[in-house]
Design a protein around this ligand. Sequence first.
Ligand code: ZN
Length: 155
Amino acid sequence: MKTSKYRVVPLPTEFADAARRGAQAGARDHAYVMVDSPTGYPCRHCLRWAQPGEQVILFPYASIPAGRPYAEMGPIFVHAQPCPRYESTEQYPADFRAGRVIRAYDREQNMIAGEIVNGRKPETVIEKLFENPETEFIQVRSADRGCYTFGIERA
Ligand SMILES: [Zn+2]
């Protein structure tokens, strides 16, 4: 489904590349993980589920930077091998339509709303959250573990 009201923001390529370098250098907070489930390891760079047999890197990412009340650092995966950054930024990523919670933040990076997708179309939830003029940006996370999946900005 196309929309011109917002755009999906995948993890920047420089963060994915830095994670790959960190893992290669043996950084203690970067771990190689062999994927053993088709829907357990979302790559934040290509915004697809990594598939069994592929390797991912697990590392901490500051989805809300330090120094704010809602500052948050949490674990995310990227493919260990270089992958293309998600390009269809006008389209909600097909792999993550279920099992997500959608959070809205204001310009001070304070969380002002959170809604579980729960069978609804994620686009409907996103459009509703952006109806609030105070919503500056949105984050999509896993509903069960709370891990950051991707961001959404107003177009
Ligand atoms: Zn990937």
